[in-house]
Design a protein around this ligand. Structure first.
Ligand code: FAD
Length: 380
């Protein structure tokens, strides 16, 4: 890449959505450069669910088998009362998901997933230490300015730059994401330590208390040696400047203590736990403008309670790649319109249910989420 080059497509942000977009567009025959602000790949210590809807997309990129081998395969998503342990719902996954939805449902360490996604990209077109600071459209291209002094020109830009997206701000004007009134605690636990309690730890279970407070707990490795939980707790305000801060076993105990013995064991086994604010925005009317288009959290961030935020970012990527492939890069306006028309209702529905935090609390049929296949669904 020299200063005089005009790239075909630039993706801003090598997160889960941006990495997927680059891989799918490369697969469709485009040459794609990815620009990421971080100085290098970072292995974020957290877990993530990947539904069959997205495993079908990973099949397309050639990652399904590897991810399947790394992640855990829960037989069910259980919902249970946090005090009594009574089952509120038992949603079948495992073999049922493969048969009915067309791919496995996995839970995995987020760093393991992201590492595989990054490894699948052409490394010479992945540019770390490139924080986008300004962007403007000129007659037949876009000029991007980076904090490291680089200026790069490109025909099209995909804004996969997350909840604080600069590209979204350029399209819509400054508007900070809203604090949702909820925080989450996140901790990785050692399964041997948990099992020493003599209790059974289900591979995927959401524990519920009043006001929809909850702990989602699940395994992150195929051999179930690592267990993870993320909570949802209503808290009036978030006063910290930092993206997350330390919490403690004592704080967990104050919120969730004296509950079902399995929950108490999770708290007892907690060594390090952090807490994170959840951010929100209203559904977006504008997904693209000119040569710039948004996907994932830059476009429709949501509270994580449906475990589908990254899945929606990756579905966005798959549909966007198909629209550009069908229409051709020169017809980007039509392609972006088709992308928005295809994605808006589904992403908004998932965003709304995530924010309401009702997903799978009672028995319900999740087929509309998990059976969807963004690689073949009709466009428009
Ligand atoms: C507690 C919690 C649990 C979750 N669990 C799940 C789950 O189980 N399943 C699920 O599907 N989703 C889950 N999510 C949601 C998921 O994490 C997000 O929806 C997903 O990461 C969005 O992907 P993205 O690519 O849009 O943004 P991100 O993953 O945030 O990536 C954005 C990237 O852009 C980069 N960037 C930002 N600004 C710039 C700039 N100016 N220049 C260059 N680079 C920039 C960032 O460094 C980052 O790498 C969870 C979220 C939370 C908070």
């Amino acid at each position: 890449m020299t200063v005089d080059d005009v790239l075909d497509i630039a993706v801003i942000g090598a997160g889960l959505g941006g990495a997927a977009a680059a891989a799918l567009l490369e697969d469709a025959g485009f040459t794609v450069h990815v620009f990421e602000q971080a100085p290098a790949f970072t292995r974020l210590g957290a877990g993530i669910h990947i539904g069959p809807n997205v495993m079908k997309i990973f099949r397309r990129i050639g990652l399904e088998d590897r991810l399947s081998g790394i992640g855990a395969h829960p037989d069910h998503w259980f919902s249970r009362d946090g005090k009594t342990g009574a089952y509120l719902s038992r949603i079948p996954l495992g073999e049922y998901a493969v048969r009915e939805y067309g791919a496995p449902y996995i839970t995995i360490h987020r760093g393991d997933l992201h590492a595989e996604q990054i490894r699948a990209l052409p490394q010479d077109r992945l540019h770390y230490d490139h924080r986008l600071t300004d962007i403007r459209e000129e007659e037949d291209h876009v000029v991007m300015q980076f904090a490291n002094g680089a200026t790069v020109r490109t025909r099209l830009v995909i804004g996969a730059d997350g909840v604080n997206s600069l590209i979204r701000e350029k399209l819509l004007g400054p508007e900070k994401p809203r604090y949702s009134g909820w925080i989450g605690h996140r901790a990785l636990l050692n399964m041997d330590k948990l099992r020493a309690s003599g209790l059974e730890f289900e591979l995927c279970v959401k524990w519920w208390w009043e006001q929809s407070r909850h702990i989602m707990a699940y395994a992150t490795k195929a051999n179930a040696t690592e267990y993870y939980y993320v909570t949802g707790v209503p808290v009036d305000s978030w006063e910290h400047e930092a993206g997350f801060v330390d919490s403690s076993r004592e704080e967990m105990d104050a919120i969730f203590g004296s509950s079902h013995p399995v929950v108490n064991a999770l708290i007892d086994a907690t060594e390090t736990v952090t807490k994170w604010p959840f951010w929100n925005r209203d559904p977006l009317n504008l997904w693209s403008q000119g040569r710039m288009v948004l996907l994932g959290d830059a476009c429709h961030p949501m509270r994580p309670h449906m475990a589908q935020g990254a899945c929606m970012a990756i579905e966005d990527a798959a549909v966007l790649a198909r629209c550009l492939s069908e229409m051709g890069r020169e017809s980007y306006r039509d392609a972006f319109k088709l992308y928005e028309t295809t994605r808006r209702d589904r992403a908004t529905r998932v965003q709304t249910i995530s924010n309401a935090n009702t997903w799978l609390k009672q028995p319900e049929d999740p087929a509309w989420v998990y059976a969807y296949d963004a690689t073949t669904a009709s466009l428009g």
